[in-house]
Design a protein around this ligand. Structure first.
Ligand code: N01
Length: 535
């Protein structure tokens, strides 16, 4: 960005999958558009999460852009589930192919943004001391982009090496011969633990809640499979767009309680072997995340599986998910996670029995003993969905800070717009389907909607768009009502904010399904942006 060029029609924050596509669309619309990116590369989450074993838990052909048939045809995915380096190569390819880098400023973190009501422009401040004016401000900052530091006393005392899975160094870390701790057992830990165990002389996993893992069926795609998927992309994409979450498998049509025990076990077993994230929760029955009794049947199936893999019955019992409805935290794909606990040099510390008291210079002190480590890996998750947005000092009308507006929980209209924050858009914001979907599908829906909206504003000579408080209230009420029809709000997770101390507890993503949500968004647009004030 030249020193002179500090006035744009649209500024996008973040050069991940969302920001890049938004740039592509707005540039084609003829808007002077610029992206500000805190890191030195494109990629967002796929740049930052370089931890060992990082891999997408959605099939490659489904987790990719659909906007360009040429891109679909020229790119060859090598595996059923792509690893992080391949996805980052893909994102870089997209940036190059569509010549996007020329409109991105890297190494520039947005620190604040103030809406100037008289000029109807956002003034965007960066850590490079620049102020950039823009009519529209689009936050493409990701749902899982601010790592959560665990609230452990004395965390700064540890003298060994510390790593966050969500901020992994560019240079691969070699754990060979090291005594390593991993704190956390979510998706990032489940992926990295088997790999770290191959290197470390001793690996100790600190678990607060047991994950639920199903096998991930990864393999190299053959030339025939690649050709077949390329030939059927248009059908696949249509089905993804019309589905509740971007998954196209058939959905369970009856209650788990309607089947006999024998039939249910057979069904779970068949779907378990399918090796996908959604297989059981989505495909088996229609009430696994709605009815606790139905959920218990699946939870017990998983616990049996764990007992059959993990040899030590005490460890198997600790690794068995309990205390929450399985599926109300994201299910993990397992590539040797449970087997890893059969290795002599791998140990599990069940924090429900022996909690962490504090960190020491040499390691971790639990209620049982002092553990000594050379390195600690924090796989402790994220301040999800709102955490990045509230950390940026975004000020709307009357200098209202977004952080203050959301102090008791986020308020949005469709997860895209916020009353009192005109001309601001959030891609996959709170109360949009976001993390309950395949993210690329949700992102494309948001970007397309925002692009159509800006086109409409231009064509109709509208300078300012702002969600009304009434529309926002109604959307939040609806989102929470739908949430309360499920078991999700009963579980402390990053979906509910329960993983971050003091964060308002509610279901942050919209659980009503992407297809329904798309219809609502399209209806709003068709009615001349119902629920918005246009000036
Ligand atoms: O984070 P998480 P993640 N002491 O929040 C534990 C996406 N993703 O980075 O459950 C001890 O799931 C915490 O315990 P608890 C995907 O959407 C995608 O693993 O709060 N433990 C939990 O076990 C995923 O769902 C891919 O009791 C502490 C863990 O840390 C999302 O990112 C790959 C603790 C955090 O698990 C987040 O996954 C990887 C403490 N003080 C991730 N604080 C793909 O494949 C937290 N924990 C696309």
């Amino acid at each position: 960005m030249s020193n002179l060029m500090t006035e744009f029609d649209a500024v996008i924050v973040g050069a991940g999958i969302a920001g890049l596509y938004q740039l592509y669309r707005l540039r084609n619309l003829g808007l002077r558009t610029h992206v500000l990116e805190a890191e030195k590369e494109v990629g967002g989450t796929w740049y930052l999460n370089k931890y060992p074993g990082a891999r997408c838990d959605i099939k490659s052909i489904m987790y990719s852009y659909s906007f360009s048939p040429e891109l679909e045809q020229e790119w060859n995915w090598s595996e059923n589930y792509s690893n992080q380096p391949e996805i980052l190569r893909y994102i870089n390819h997209v940036a190059d192919r569509f010549d996007l880098r020329k409109d991105i400023t890297f190494n520039t973190r947005v620190t604040g943004a103030l809406y100037n009501e008289s000029s109807k422009r956002w003034e965007v401040h960066t850590d490079q001391g620049k102020t950039i004016r823009t009519q529209f401000l689009i936050m493409a900052t990701g749902c899982l982009s601010t790592p959560k530091q665990p609230e452990i006393p004395g965390i700064e005392k540890f003298q060994g090496s510390s790593y966050y899975t969500g901020r992994w160094p560019d240079k691969p870390v070699d754990f060979t011969g090291k005594r390593v701790a991993v704190i956390g057992t979510g998706s990032s830990a489940v992926q990295s633990i088997p790999i770290i165990a191959q290197q470390a002389s001793q690996l100790t996993v600190f678990q607060r809640s047991a994950a639920c893992c199903v096998p991930g069926l990864n393999y190299k795609l053959t030339a025939d499979e690649i050709a077949a998927s390329k030939a059927s992309y248009s059908t696949l994409r249509k089905a993804q767009r019309e589905s509740p979450g971007g998954f196209v498998d058939e959905r369970g049509s009856k209650s788990a309680l309607e089947d006999s025990e024998e039939d249910r076990q057979a069904r779970y077993e068949m779907l378990y072997q399918r090796g996908t994230l959604d297989a059981i929760i989505v495909c088996a029955y229609n009430d696994l995340v709605i009815n606790k009794e139905a959920n218990d049947t699946f939870s017990e199936f998983i616990r049996q599986k764990i007992r059959s893999i993990v040899k030590d019955p005490v460890v198997a019992d600790s690794l068995s998910p309990r205390g929450y409805a399985v599926g109300t935290k994201r299910i993990c794909l397992d590539y040797g996670y449970y087997e890893t606990f059969n290795l002599d040099h791998v140990h599990l510390v069940d924090l429900t029995k022996t909690p962490i008291l504090e960190m020491t210079e040499k390691g971790i002190r639990t209620s049982e003993k002092d553990h000594v480590f050379d390195a600690i890996v924090y796989a402790t998750g994220f301040d999800a969905i709102t955490g990045t947005l509230t950390r940026i000092g975004i000020q709307g009308k009357n200098k209202l800070l977004l952080k203050d507006k959301w102090a008791k929980g986020p308020r949005t209209y469709l997860g895209i717009a916020i009353a009192e924050f005109p001309n601001l858009f959030t891609i996959t914001g709170p109360f949009s389907p976001s993390v309950f979907t395949i993210m690329t599908v949700a992102i494309e829906q948001h970007v397309d909607w925002i692009t159509d909206c800006l086109k409409y504003l231009r064509e109709h000579g509208v300078e300012e768009i702002e969600a009304t408080v009434e529309a926002e209230d109604a959307w939040v009420e609806h989102s929470l009502a739908v949430a309360n029809m499920t078991l999700f709000p009963k579980t402390a997770s990053y979906y509910t904010g329960g993983n971050v101390e003091g964060k308002p507890f509610m279901l942050y993503p919209y659980v009503g399904g992407l297809a329904n949500y798309r219809q609502v968004c399209d209806g709003v647009a068709a009615k001349g942006y119902e629920g918005f004030k246009l000036k």
